[in-house]
Design a protein around this ligand. Structure first.
Ligand SMILES: [Zn+2]
Length: 385
């Protein structure tokens, strides 16, 4: 029998917990014991939100989360009346959004089972939003289940996490990711292995690389940057290149989506009829949407820069491996010549400093530092011997 949990890679340790909770919840006598707030944590790409969505499906499906019935499908595509998936497009989730959400989900489930809210980025709650959410979690409707996702436990207020049942996802092994790419996405074994390895267990990133030639050529350009940091001018140029590539990547994904959304909204307000529809609220709604889209684009550029920095970090990690005499475990085996040359010319103590510099810049970016300035400062540090 198929199950929604089949899609979770390398997470056997939590699947069992989720399955038995879902089974118990179907048993009327144990409704009292159902945990009403869950917290899914795990590194990027480990699949915390797919895990939460799978759990939501198993709670509302009459067949234990079969993955094929109409309830399962509707829950996955945000079309189920009892399942809400909150995806944050902006940098933060505001208190008004949470208040509105809490009011909306206070109703009894329409199908008689559970009302489930999946919040993909609970780490992006503002403090006041978190407090509003806390109130809802403290006194949940008896049939409402909150599934919160965040990178780590520390990204969520202690008051919230103390009320959640906590599940930690693991980074799936490279072998497991390779197998999924081959079996599920029909990617050739060589490509699957390459993509899984350089993506370090991040399934989404691995699939994106394996199926997108532009992404692969962008990665090549990024991975050459460490070799091009000979002067201040070239360091600044490298920063510009990195930000340009990230912006292009983000633009390519968001542009077509933006257009479709505006088109739909205009249709809803009666586009073309220059008449009252657009005048009374239509153009205001379009402006609102454009604002949201802009905020989403900003976040996508940041995410894309972060991905590029993680790629660069694997280069210095490889250099460190070579400097310590181990060449068999290179992440970037396609760059072994570059890595070896670099390792021979750089002092052994510098790689760890460079890795630190990259991780610091990622933290700054996550705290809304300006992307170009942050990358310029980073490249200048990486340019030092
Ligand atoms: Zn189902």
């Amino acid at each position: 029998m198929t199950s929604v949990f089949d899609n979770l890679v390398g997470q056997e340790h939590i699947i069992e917990i989720l399955q038995s909770a879902a089974t118990a919840s179907r048993d009327g006598a144990q409704t009292q014991e159902m945990t009403h707030a869950w917290l899914f944590t795990g590194p990027p790409g480990s699949g915390r939100s797919p895990a939460a969505v799978a759990f939501a499906q198993s709670l509302i499906c009459s067949n234990k989360g079969c993955g094929i019935c109409s309830d399962c499908n509707a829950a996955k595509t945000s079309g189920h009346p009892d399942v809400e998936v909150i995806r944050t497009e902006g940098l933060s989730i505001k208190v008004e959004e949470i208040r509105e959400l809490v009011t909306r989900v206070a109703w009894a489930p329409s199908m008689g089972g559970w009302r489930v809210v999946v919040m993909e980025d609970a780490d992006r709650l503002t403090e006041s939003a978190a407090n509003a959410l806390l109130k809802a979690i403290e006194e949940p409707g008896t049939r409402t289940v909150w599934l919160l996702c965040a990178p780590t436990l520390h990204d969520v207020l202690p008051t919230i996490r103390s009320r959640c049942r906590y599940l930690q996802l693991r980074t799936p092994s490279i072998e497991a990711v390779t197998q999924v790419l081959i079996n599920r996405d029909r990617i050739s074994p060589d490509m699957a292995q390459f993509a899984a390895k350089v993506s370090q267990g991040h399934i989404g990133r691995a699939r994106y690389l394996a199926t997108n030639e532009t992404a692969r050529s962008n990665r090549k350009v990024i991975m050459q940057l460490p070799m091009q940091l000979g002067s201040l001018a070239s360091a600044l140029q490298a920063a510009q290149t990195l930000v340009d590539i990230a912006s292009e990547e983000a633009k390519a994904t968001s542009e077509s989506r933006d257009e479709i959304e505006i088109e739909k909204l205009q249709e809803a307000y009666g586009k073309g009829a220059t008449g009252r529809g657009m005048a009374t609220g239509g153009s205001k709604a379009v402006k609102e949407l454009e604002k949201e889209q802009k905020s989403r684009a900003t976040r996508m550029v940041r995410d894309s820069i972060d991905g590029a920095l993680l790629d660069m970090a694997t280069f210095y990690r490889d250099v460190m491996m070579v400097q310590s005499g181990s060449t068999e475990t290179l992440i970037n085996s396609d760059l072994s010549r570059e890595v070896t040359t670099y390792a021979a010319s750089a002092p052994a103590s510098s790689s760890i400093k460079k890795l630190d510099a990259i991780m610091e810049s990622r933290t700054h970016l996550a705290m809304n530092a300006a992307p170009l300035v942050t990358c310029e400062a980073l490249m200048c540090r990486l340019a030092q011997p």
